[in-house]
Design a protein around this ligand. Structure first.
Ligand code: 2U9
Length: 339
């Protein structure tokens, strides 16, 4: 009997049909009143008790195989889907939509490719940091307001551990592990204890740059940033630097670009000034170089930093920061690019 079951299984497996008539003949041959499987069930009562379990299971497997085979062939022959709905096989197939890159990733990748052309490499670092890498090494005095719980997220059990408030901690780590010349850009997610609105978020992204070598000057910084602005916003963009203050750079400046919307004539976006602030920059403070193990008498360097959300807002005319974090596909699918 086992042999017969195996033979029938082979037959079922090999069965093919060109029309429904052949399928029906096949069904009758196996499952009809005088069909081979019906006969097997009839002979089952003569099977010795100790073989009943094995043979019973095998006959059931065979019966299931026949029924599966019949319904799958019928589905194809009748052009019906799994639910039995008639399928129009002349219709074009449904296309799988491919995803789009997030606008923050797009501007980040574009900026990285601009700085790579100038010889910068990319460095990354941990989001959970210690006080020294975020504040101490960067010349923040002990009482600086950024160190306050109102501005920074600290880990409850250990006030020395916090979420980085800027990506500058990556440059600190780079300086500790590499010898000049150093030329890096550091993109990453940063965290500040702020209420969420159209203009502020507690999570955002920065990209910062650092160049350290002998005889690096403010003129090198200015020319690098001019090249960067032209690559990102177009050949006609103008830049201007205004004096500013950061604990980690001296002298420090803020850089504006001529308004990307009105070209400098004045509009709502630039509040009729013709200029848009896009980044902070400056010469690395000698205290910072020394704290990170670099001889400030031999080496000098420049650094700059900017918020990716702000740049993406200007590039894509996005008016509300919260859109970046909602992952609404109607927003996301508008951004298509090779980068
Ligand atoms: C080291 C030394 C110096 C990085 C710099 C800025 C100026 C700056 C802000 C722009 C908008 C951050 O996203 S934002 O809020 N950044 O203005 N960042 S210079 O200076 C460094 C970094 C690391 C070791």
């Amino acid at each position: 009997m086992l042999e017969t079951i195996q033979q029938l299984l082979n037959e079922v497996e090999a069965f093919k049909a060109d029309n429904l008539q052949q399928v029906e003949e096949f069904r009758i041959k196996l499952l009809g009143k005088k069909g081979s499987i019906t006969q097997l069930f009839a002979e089952f009562k003569n099977v010795p008790v100790e073989q009943k379990k094995e043979i019973g299971q095998k006959i059931n497997v065979l019966k299931d195989a026949v029924q599966d085979k019949i319904s799958s062939i019928k589905e194809v022959l009748e052009n019906k889907d799994e639910e039995g709905e008639k399928v129009d096989i002349t219709r074009p197939g449904t296309q799988n939509e491919i995803g789009t890159r997030h606008p923050i990733s797009l501007v980040k990748n574009e900026m990285i490719s601009i700085f790579k052309k100038l010889g910068f490499s990319v460095a990354e670092g941990p989001e959970i940091e210690d006080d020294w890498h975020v504040f101490g090494a960067l010349n923040f005095p002990p009482e600086h307001p950024a160190r306050d719980m109102q501005d920074t997220f600290f880990i409850e059990k250990n006030p020395d551990i916090l979420l980085r408030t800027h990506t500058s901690s990556i440059q600190v780590r780079t300086m500790q592990t590499q010898k000049p010349p150093i030329r890096v850009v550091c993109p990453g997610r940063v965290f500040r204890n702020e209420a969420i609105s159209a203009r502020a978020h507690c999570i955002f992204h920065q990209i910062e740059g650092l160049y350290i070598d002998e005889n690096v000057s403010f003129a090198d910084l200015k020319q690098t940033l001019l090249y960067f602005a032209k690559e990102l916003f177009g050949e006609n963009v103008k830049i201007r630097l205004r004096p500013s203050y950061f604990p980690f750079t001296e002298p420090s400046a803020e850089m504006d670009v001529s308004c990307t919307i009105c070209g400098g004539k004045g509009c709502n976006v630039c509040k009729h000034t013709g200029w848009l602030e896009i980044m902070g920059c400056g010469m690395v403070d000698p205290n910072v170089l020394e704290a990170c193990g670099i001889d400030s008498k031999k080496y000098s360097g420049y650094a700059f930093g900017m918020g990716l959300e702000r740049i993406a807002m200007l590039k894509y005319e996005i008016r509300d920061l919260r859109l970046y974090f909602e992952n609404d596909v109607r927003f996301l699918k508008q951004f298509k690019s090779a980068l």
